[in-house]
Design a binder for this molecule. Structure first.
Ligand SMILES: NC(=O)C1=CN([C@@H]2O[C@H](COP(=O)(O)OP(=O)(O)OC[C@H]3O[C@@H](n4cnc5c(N)ncnc54)[C@H](OP(=O)(O)O)[C@@H]3O)[C@@H](O)[C@H]2O)C=CC1
Ligand SMILES: O=C1OC[C@@H](O)[C@H](O)[C@H]1O
Length: 424
């Protein structure tokens, strides 16, 4: 309990003193922020403070006054009155794009064309056509091409990595994932409910599908069902909640559920994004006549913000079966269940031999890997920050966009519109 309070104190109230910043220009990555978005402080500004080689140099908003107020609040030195003005700033090495989903494609391409590395909010694009055009852009081909990363921050944290290590992918039988947000957290005029801006619950709570892809370690073969809920009398194309079912190449199945407008009491009953994975029985011991079988269920409570709180429940059901004659007839001789709960608040607790702090958020791990790639490209020496091997590569992001498209198609809703923007 003390540890939980201490972690959350550091996360929410008082961060320990940040490390001193590097002084040589080549040792620093200067970020520009496209849009004074709500998510930017937690996703970029705090992790940048925690990194010795990152400076948030500038912010741009559609309205210069808004950008100036944001810059003042967060101690950002330079203000730009438009996104393009920021991209034209030669002092900037990398941009963070937390714009509405429908603008990700255009501004990521514009940023790459300006030679900036891009940390791009999820979902990377409005649909798979956009994702293919973006991630296979010629702008990413000629070395030293800019680095482009879809910000699936949860994948970088220790709890997710330990959870994956506890799975046996080929023998997974079923995985179910839920993520819900209370209605009062998102106003009805939010970008999440604007079709033209790439709104919809399948887009915003794209995590549930990404989690299934991560759990199975491959792409679904089919979306076997998808139902959605809309605002009564609202835009029919906007899903505020969804329930999907999936099939994977090993014959296993998946279930995804997301809701952006859940009642508060309902949310409180089950507040955390959760994934539960059930395996087929596998033989773990035995000889010709007797076999010990294990059926494993692994549940990760809070797969998104593990630093705040998470729990991994592992339940192994064992049976010893006696095989008779030709092996067709089996007698269960013994059954027992072993339960264990695990947590990983540091990389070492996840079996990764690197320093980390218990209060580090997903966004910090993500930024560390992003900067690690930039530093590698610059030929700089390792600092021990990042480089743990987790990444979201181009084909991964394209496959994720395809999965969202599959769900919309199954639900009978149109795909989010494809931008007409093309780089000159
Ligand atoms: N990784 C994570 O944990 C999270 C990721 N996200 C993602 O980040 C992105 C932004 O989400 P969030 O911060 O909640 O959203 P906000 O509405 O706070 O921010 C969106 C920004 O987009 C800019 N913008 C540009 N054009 C428009 C337009 N036509 N209408 C509205 N805004 C516009 C605004 O910038 P300006 O300042 O120029 O006015 C605004 O600051 C989304 O892609 C979302 O999926 C969101 C929350 C959590
Ligand atoms: O992490 C998140 O939680 C709530 C969502 O609305 C948001 O966009 C998402 O990224």
């Amino acid at each position: 309990m003390f540890e939980l309070l201490q972690r959350n104190w550091h996360i929410l109230i008082s961060q320990p003193a940040p490390p001193p910043k590097a002084t040589s220009d080549n040792d620093v990555v200067r970020f520009g922020l496209l849009g004074a978005a709500k998510i930017a402080p937690i996703a970029l500004i705090t992790p940048a403070r925690q990194h010795p080689n990152v400076i948030v140099h500038a912010v741009a908003a559609r309205d210069r006054g808004k950008a100036a107020a944001f810059a003042k609040k967060y101690g950002i030195g330079v203000v730009h009155g438009s996104y393009q003005e920021l991209l034209d700033d030669p002092a900037i090495d990398a941009v963070y794009i937390p714009l509405p989903n429908g603008l990700h494609f255009e501004w990521a391409l514009r940023s790459l064309a300006a030679g900036k590395h891009v940390l791009l909010e999820k979902p990377s694009a409005n649909n798979a056509v956009e994702a293919e055009l973006l991630f296979r852009s010629p702008l990413l081909l000629s070395p030293p091409a800019p680095i482009l990363l879809e910000a699936f921050h949860y994948r970088f944290q220790p709890s997710w990595r330990l959870f994956l290590a506890l799975l046996d992918q080929p023998t997974i039988q079923h995985a179910s994932v839920t993520m819900t947000v209370p209605a009062l957290a998102i106003p009805k005029d939010d970008i999440r409910f604007e079709f033209a801006l790439g709104g919809g619950a399948l887009m915003d709570l794209t995590y549930t599908m990404d989690v299934l892809r991560g759990v199975y370690g491959c792409e679904p073969t089919e979306c076997t069902g998808c139902t959605v809920r809309q605002f009564p009398g609202g835009d029919e194309r906007i899903d505020v909640a969804y329930t999907g079912s999936w099939r994977f190449p090993n014959g296993g199945t998946g279930a995804t559920h997301g809701d952006l407008q859940l009642g508060l009491l309902e949310t409180l009953k089950d507040p955390w994004p959760t994934v539960t994975v059930v395996h087929r029985p596998v033989a773990v011991d035995g000889d010709g006549s007797e076999e010990t079988r294990r059926t494993r269920t692994v549940k990760l409570v809070n797969f998104v913000w593990g630093a705040i709180y998470h729990r991994i429940d592992i339940q192994d059901e064992f049976t010893i079966v006696h095989k008779r004659g030709d092996g067709t007839e089996e007698v269960v001789k013994k059954r027992w269940t072993k339960k264990e709960t695990r947590k990983a608040h540091t990389l070492r607790e996840a079996g990764i031999d690197r320093h980390s702090e218990k209060y580090w958020m997903t966004y910090k791990y993500q930024l560390d890997e992003f900067i690690y790639r930039i530093r590698t490209q610059r030929g700089l020496e390792e600092t021990g920050i990042g480089g743990t091997g987790v990444w979201v590569d181009a084909e991964d992001s394209i496959a994720q966009a395809r999965m969202i498209d599959m769900a919309y198609t199954k639900a009978g809703l149109p795909l989010r519109p494809t931008s007409t923007y093309r780089p000159v």
